[in-house]
Design a binder for this molecule. Sequence first.
Ligand SMILES: Nc1nc2c(c(=O)[nH]1)N[C@H]1C(S)=C(S)[C@@H](COP(=O)(O)OP(=O)(O)OC[C@H]3O[C@@H](n4cnc5c(=O)[nH]c(N)nc54)[C@H](O)[C@@H]3O)O[C@H]1N2
Ligand SMILES: Nc1nc2c(c(=O)[nH]1)N[C@H]1C(S)=C(S)[C@@H](COP(=O)(O)OP(=O)(O)OC[C@H]3O[C@@H](n4cnc5c(=O)[nH]c(N)nc54)[C@H](O)[C@@H]3O)O[C@H]1N2
Ligand code: SF4
Ligand SMILES: [Mo]
Length: 702
Amino acid sequence: MKVATNASTKILPTLCRMCETRCAINVHLKDDVIVNITPFKNHPVNRGRMCPRGIAAIDLFYHPERILKPLKKMPDGRFQEISREQAIDEIADQLQSIKAGHGARCVGVWKGEGAGFYQQEDYARRFVHAFGSPNYFSNDSACYNGRYLGHSLVTGFWNPFPDFSVADLILLFGTNPPICHPPFMREFADAKEKGAKLVVIDPRLNPVACYADVFAQPYPGTDGALCWGLIRHLIETKNYDTQLVEQYVVGFEKIAAYAQRFTPEYVEKQSGIYAGVVEEIGQLIIKNRPRISFFAGAGLEHHENGVNNIRALAILGCLAGTLGLKSGLFWPEEMGGRKLTLYDQISLESEGPIGADKFPALYDLRKECHSMTAMDYMLGKGAYPLKAMVVTAANPAVTNPNTTKVIEALSALDLLVVNDFFLTPTAKLAHYVLPAATFLERSEIHYFPNKQIVNLTAKIQHIPGVENEYRLWHDLAHRLGFGEKYFPWNSEADVNRWILEPTDITLEELARHPEGLVYKPIRYQKFKNQLVPTPSGKLEFASSYLKNLGLSEIPEYIPPYHIRCAKENYPFVLTTGARKSLFYHSRHQNIPRFRTIHPEAFVEMHPDDAAQLNIQHNEMVRVSSEIGTLDIRVCIRHRSELRKGVIEIYHGWEQWPVNLLTYDALNDPISGFPLLKGVPVRIDKIDASTSAEHQPDAACTT
Ligand SMILES: Nc1nc2c(c(=O)[nH]1)N[C@H]1C(S)=C(S)[C@@H](COP(=O)(O)OP(=O)(O)OC[C@H]3O[C@@H](n4cnc5c(=O)[nH]c(N)nc54)[C@H](O)[C@@H]3O)O[C@H]1N2
Ligand SMILES: Nc1nc2c(c(=O)[nH]1)N[C@H]1C(S)=C(S)[C@@H](COP(=O)(O)OP(=O)(O)OC[C@H]3O[C@@H](n4cnc5c(=O)[nH]c(N)nc54)[C@H](O)[C@@H]3O)O[C@H]1N2
Ligand code: SF4
Ligand SMILES: [Mo]
């Protein structure tokens, strides 16, 4: 592949966007070829470290299977290479004619985890809004918004990452930091060195649980019961922040009354966590408050009771006095730059944003349309038809629940455009596939709200004919006639300058500081001088906003589906998506040196469960839920590694798509999140002849 570089130096600092951690890195170039990526030493986020996925940016950039020319699907179903100009022209013409025939709202845009957040997300939102449609979808119908809503419905804000290093007690619920958030580990080590305690709540012994002082394995989806038990413990023993409650809280009496039933014995019955352990955690909170970090991962939000469980956790954080502290529920401030989104300028709410009627909180608070509902609209079962979708940096044919329906829905579109590096299962369904640029091919502004730091990334490479996200939206907008008005900037540098203009930070200054710049000095405990951004201006232990929507005012605990609707023929509980160190959702299966480590999918099982079904390690089994089946090899774990009755399957495999089994239509009533981590399933032995092959033990690597 021939590449041209616009860089003159040989080592260029930037941020890695192989995951949302965004470690600072140095990209090494020799004769314009990227030869190495090493950690940049002085950034406060990764502090001179990086993970093995960072360097895989080189594997991706030079990958032999990378799409370098636009592809058009021909009548015989095969793809043919066309010029970018032709592709943009034809796509724009089709979008225009769908708009003319059916209305702009029949077109949607879907942004995935690949492009990241902030600027790339905002370009996508800006484009679809300027086009006239409210229908912006993303991976965030199943990621992060559940936690955002859970916290912000109580406090008005959410800080994704507390500073664990200054905590005396760290409680982790449903998260796997060594794999998902490597910099946390350094902060845990700093805290532990000073004597901090670590509590891990997870049905699986994920790697961080090995460092824990207390490790408890709940039934999936029952964390809310534990949180309520801990709330009760603090209230009954009068060990909570009474001043905070008196001055800044609405709904304390309601939650105090509701908490009463959550005795340690009741919590044990609901969650499977021993009553004594519940009390032990309660005592640790009392002893160490207020310097406590509570952190909820995807393990909480991927349930249909997720938001209320997270609200209960946020209330617990407030009662423990952690509000506004560095280690606790810290309220970050924004930089104050210009916004690319158009929500303040163009109101499209009357156009019926998809899912806003079913999950109004998701739309009100995040302006996120609901991707699972979008499938119904594509299949002609919505209030109006969804006819076209431009997908960038997402692979919903693998990552969205109910794969069978997703494929059927995407295939029903009049126009599906996919912007990606590879011919993914989603791209294979498209009418047009556009060659996407990696993060090394764009320059964007990033924020680290917990540190109030802003960073600029460097555009390091450009492959002729391969254009980045900005160019995609810019070119389509110009071809559609609204480019001058909404995408007037000729270059990303111009956009970045425009964003920064109202601040006192210049683009040149940012470029000179690869370690980032603090955009505002941090202020702790702001709630003492300023109303928190909830509707009442107070901490909402009871939410009249939710009550008015007909939802539960306090975060009542509803047992998860697998307990509420237990069915004898589906006796196991499937959790999915526990991350793998070298994979990123559906990404990196095509990197051979990574694939050697994770060669094949497997279902993790407790040894007693396997013995009961007479199943051997490495044997092929059929896992069935009410909606689908998957044939997969068994990996029998150590008995301490999984709760009995719980099984786990990774979610990103193209060849073994576990989302065949997950539900798109069992949703959290507030966030609309699908049930990904508590699916009732059955396991059947299948044909012995397929089971005999020996597989390497590498198959069980996490
Ligand atoms: N290497 C790698 N890193 C990643 C990603 C990746 O794909 N690969 N993905 C990134 C993305 S987009 C995200 S959202 C984050 C997610 O990062 P995390 O939030 O840290 O989540 P997971 O790895 O999904 O870990 C979830 C944990 O929750 C547990 N769990 C499942 N159900 C429950 C439950 O009901 N209760 C409790 N307490 N625990 C439960 C699982 O066993 C698992 O250990 O990771 C990011 N980092
Ligand atoms: N069962 C189950 N399903 C899950 C989860 C789970 O735990 N269990 N987790 C959910 C979560 S938390 C998330 S975030 C979603 C993720 O869902 P997706 O966002 O759909 O997941 P990815 O596999 O990361 O897909 C990203 C695609 O973008 C491409 N890409 C990477 N970088 C870029 C770029 O810079 N530009 C462009 N244009 N393309 C790029 C990649 O090649 C890849 O095909 O999955 C969700 N699905
Ligand atoms: S954790 Fe790894 S993949 Fe994520 S930003 Fe850092 S180096 Fe890149
Ligand atoms: Mo995610």
